[in-house]
Design a protein around this ligand. Structure first.
Ligand code: GDP
Length: 355
């Protein structure tokens, strides 16, 4: 059975421009309605179900014609371009999409340019969050308001100042070969980069940001996001971690198929492919249910892409962050997965100039 999975989203940008604050804001974007359900905390990632996007977006959904079929959005919790480039999948980045965040008052900085170059190289679609609009002189702050609602309430001088700052950013993008525009003035999202003015600190514009990223994913990545949900899982290691009582575990983002607790997995190490059997699949307990820090996880029987999960298994000491994890359900699959992982290790060594 095929289904469309959640796009995996990375956040990039210059230091102090607000990556962490924005991710925190998204994590807190819960809506009052019980029906909508809430944000789900995964291992190393945060999921915003599509119902939440729809609920907070309200009339903004008309920005996107047609029905949104995505189940949600999965944000990688580790921001920055180091994570973006080291987490690989299918020869590219694990992230399907990115949000590039720029402090609109500071404009382009060295890591902004670096991030754009990386996104270009990986051909990753992205949108731009022009952050810290609340710091514009005289800006009226209304927490969690959509940008377009908030913007209308500003006096002309503040509006004009934002426009000037945005034009500077648009000019810089032009120099780097991109046509960019404020999102509500974009005619064709395939040709123009959309800029969403936000205040990560006060939640302004987060609604538009989520709607746009969902729309963009569905429009341009639908084929890539269509997966055979019952197939053996593929994933990427976020982190190798020692856990009390569990030994060495790996935190993994699964981007394809379903991982089952009785699967054999083949895992990338520094120079080898490790073959092991899963001992447990673990997800974080809701924060309010953790009474004893030794029992922070719940066991699950299986997990379907896209998801972040902790895997406990013997022999994971040599596992390497950024490497692939492939589930195998037959001897033949194990061999194939080993070959795939070994050739990837080789490729990375060549690219990094090691051999
Ligand atoms: P990162 O290095 O990109 O992850 O940046 P942080 O999220 O750590 O933010 C750096 C600083 O900018 C912190 O002191 C934040 O509180 C502040 N900051 C982030 N977003 C905003 C914003 O929208 N408005 C204001 N006024 N400050 C912000």
């Amino acid at each position: 059975m095929k289904k469309i999975r959640q796009p995996i989203i990375a956040v990039l940008g210059h230091v102090d421009h607000g990556k962490t604050t924005m991710l925190d804001r998204i994590r807190k974007t819960n809506v009052a309605s019980k029906e909508a359900g809430g944000i789900t905390q995964h291992i190393g990632a945060t999921e915003v179900p599509i119902e939440v996007v729809k609920e907070i977006a309200g009339p903004l959904l008309s920005l996107w014609k047609g029905e949104i079929k995505l189940p949600g959005l999965l944000f990688i919790d580790t921001p920055g371009h180091e994570a973006f480039t080291s987490l690989r999948a299918r020869g590219g980045s694990l992230a399907d999409l990115a949000i590039l965040i720029i402090d609109v008052n500071e404009g382009f900085q060295p890591q902004t340019i670096e991030s754009i170059e990386i996104l270009k190289k990986y051909k990753t679609p992205f949108i731009v969050a022009a952050n810290k609009i609340d710091r514009i002189k005289g800006w009226k702050i209304n927490e969690n308001e959509p940008f377009l609602v908030n913007f209308k309430k500003q006096d002309q001088r503040a509006q004009q100042e934002l426009e000037t700052k945005l034009w500077e950013v648009i000019g810089k993008f032009y120099e780097m070969g991109f046509q960019a525009n404020r999102f509500d003035r974009v005619q064709d999202f395939t040709k123009e980069l959309a800029i969403v003015p936000i205040s990560a600190k006060y939640g302004i514009g987060i609604a538009e940001l989520l709607v746009l990223i969902a729309g963009l994913a569905q429009r341009y990545l639908e084929q890539k996001l269509k997966i055979e949900v019952e197939g053996p899982a593929k994933g990427t290691i976020l982190e190798v971690r020692e856990e009390i009582g569990l030994g060495t575990t790996i935190d993994v983002i699964v981007y394809d198929g379903t991982l089952r607790k009785d699967d054999t997995i083949v895992v990338g190490g520094k120079d080898e492919a490790i073959v092991t059997k899963i001992r447990a699949l673990l997800k974080p307990k809701p924060l309010d249910e953790i009474r004893d820090p030794r029992f922070r996880f719940d066991q699950v029987d299986e997990v379907a892409a896209a998801a972040g999960i902790k895997i406990a298994a013997p022999g994971l000491d040599g596992a390497l962050a950024g490497s692939p994890v492939i589930a195998a359900r037959s001897e033949e699959d194990v061999e194939k997965a080993k070959q795939e992982i070994l050739s990837q290790i080789e490729r990375i060594k060549i690219e990094s100039g090691e051999i």
